[in-house]
Design a protein around this ligand. Structure first.
Ligand code: NAP
Length: 453
């Protein structure tokens, strides 16, 4: 029997487990999918926006995989500095596949970045997604004006959540305290700002269009921000997604005035790069941007003219980055683990029995489905190595029993089902659908089948 541990139960981990059991080269394979959290599904549970129900429903596909006979979910087991060392984990399995994603936000590297009122979008997302490690309730929703830096899909997500009314979020699984805070939000203007032009923005068209379909928010685009963009003037030669993005932005720019009776305004801005967050009474009060212009090679250069945009709340949505896992090699430049076709490289040579898939392998790009092909490539490498791994590595004992001996308290599938049950009971008691439990204590007691306060 080939025993494999997959570390991380987000899409890349689950697709890796699926590819392992859906092949016939090594029929007797058993996979444990470990997760630091007692809940599976990674960013599908803790990253996909609560109002994106269709993408969220992907959980059903992932769930079906984790319920397969030869796959086990093993939650509440951390691998790394604070938990199980990779070297020790390697002794429990023939092979380990790290699918740990890119857990941190990229930094802007400008003065004032850490002023009160300025947060990474990933922290904001974690908060409204009820991640048990999310920092409190301290988002500056008393702000009148918010700036979102970046024009990728995360920027669009946080802009949309800020621009939605509480009634729109009530049917979602947003935790109750976050729903209350968003209901009290005084944010009226959200400026979503890109350093390049609309033809180079990273958002996808479906996500962009949603901003224009919000019931209580209008979208404004400043035509003078667009003139600099060569792709905007002549979109014919652009890749399809960029061309469609340009068409949407163009229609908004051409619209005269904002529809009446909307309580919030989303302003899309381009060719502005953040150079400083300015303080006002010890908190962020504005963001200073430098006007940019295309440099002819796809990038931008500064022009020496500046514009300040008022903001008592700043969300930095400039991408995720991978974090090193103690005991695994790491390329700090790329924020990934060095690999060859998914085989972890130590000093340039494949390390037997160690693999990577997903964002920690290829960086934080692509849609959820991109992880399928990525996982397949890794699994192909692993299966090619399987005969050697099976003969070279003798495993003593049952991994779960050994994990318990080492002091871990794994939450298995029935524990997760109990959490789900508790979340639907909590939702019913609040007159809502299933509502997420936002804290460790609540999750772990729910996993033990105890009632949640
Ligand atoms: P992203 O797509 O890489 O976008 C990052 C944005 O930040 C870009 O606009 C980038 O501009 C900008 N940026 C980077 N450094 C900057 C700086 N120093 N100053 C100003 N702007 C800066 O990252 P993301 O939005 O975090 O998304 C990560 C991945 O998750 C993507 O693949 C995304 O599609 C996916 N995702 C998908 C969905 C969905 O499908 N609904 C939702 C959320 C996330 P430049 O282009 O100029 O570098």
């Amino acid at each position: 029997m080939l025993r494999v541990a997959v570390v991380g139960s987000g899409p890349s981990g689950v697709y890796t487990a699926q590819a392992l059991v859906q092949q016939s080269l090594v029929p007797d394979v058993h996979v444990d999918v470990l997760d630091r959290l007692p809940c599976p599904f990674g960013l599908v549970r803790y990253g996909v926006a609560p109002d994106h129900e269709k993408i969220k429903s992907l959980q059903n596909n992932l769930r079906a995989v984790l319920e397969e006979e030869r796959i086990r979910f093993v939650g509440n087991v951390e691998v790394g500095t604070r938990g199980l060392a990779p070297a020790r984990l390697r002794e429990l399995y023939h092979a380990v596949v790290y699918c740990v994603g890119a857990a941190k936000d990229r930094r802007l590297g400008v003065p004032g970045e850490d002023l009160p009122g300025s947060y990474s979008a990933t922290d904001f997302v974690s908060w409204y997604s009820a991640h048990p490690d999310a920092a409190g309730n301290g988002f500056a929703l008393a702000a009148r004006s918010a700036v979102v830096i970046g024009v990728g899909n995360v920027a669009v997500d946080v802009t949309r959540i800020l621009a939605r009314g509480a009634a729109e979020l009530h049917p979602t699984d947003v935790p109750h305290t976050a729903l209350g805070a968003l209901a009290d939000s005084r944010v009226r203007e959200v400026h979503m700002v890109g350093r390049r032009g609309p033809s180079q923005a990273k958002f996808t068209t479906k996500e962009l269009r949603e901003l224009g379909a919000l019931p209580d928010a209008a979208v404004g685009v400043d035509p003078s921000d667009l003139e600099l963009d060569p792709g905007y003037a002549d979109p014919a030669g652009l890749p399809a997604v960029n061309r469609r993005n340009v068409e949407v932005v163009r229609a908004w720019a051409a619209a005269s005035g904002t529809p009446p009776g909307r309580s919030r305004l989303i302003r899309l801005r381009f060719f502005l790069r953040p150079v400083e967050l300015l303080a006002d009474g010890g908190r962020v009060g504005a963001v200073r941007f430098e006007r940019t212009a295309p440099d002819g090679t796809g990038g931008v250069r500064g022009t020496g003219t500046y514009e300040d945009i008022e903001a008592q709340l700043v969300l930095r949505a400039v991408g995720y980055r991978g974090v090193p896992l103690d005991g695994l090699p790491f390329d700090p430049q790329r924020g990934t683990v060095p690999h060859s076709a998914g085989r972890v490289l130590r000093e340039g040579a494949p390390s037997p029995g160690e693999y990577v898939a997903g964002w920690i392998k290829r960086g934080p790009t692509g849609v959820i489905g991109s992880n399928r092909a990525c996982a397949k490539e890794t699994v192909t490498s692993l299966l090619a190595d399987a005969p050697e791994l099976l003969s070279a590595h003798r495993i003593e004992g049952e991994p779960l029993a050994l994990l318990r001996e080492l002091g871990h308290h794994p939450v298995e599938w029935p524990g997760w089902l109990a959490i789900e049950q508790a979340e639907s009971t909590l939702g019913r008691s609040l007159g809502r659908r299933s509502v997420k439990i936002p804290d460790w204590a609540g999750l772990l007691s729910a996993a033990r089948g105890e009632a949640v306060a």
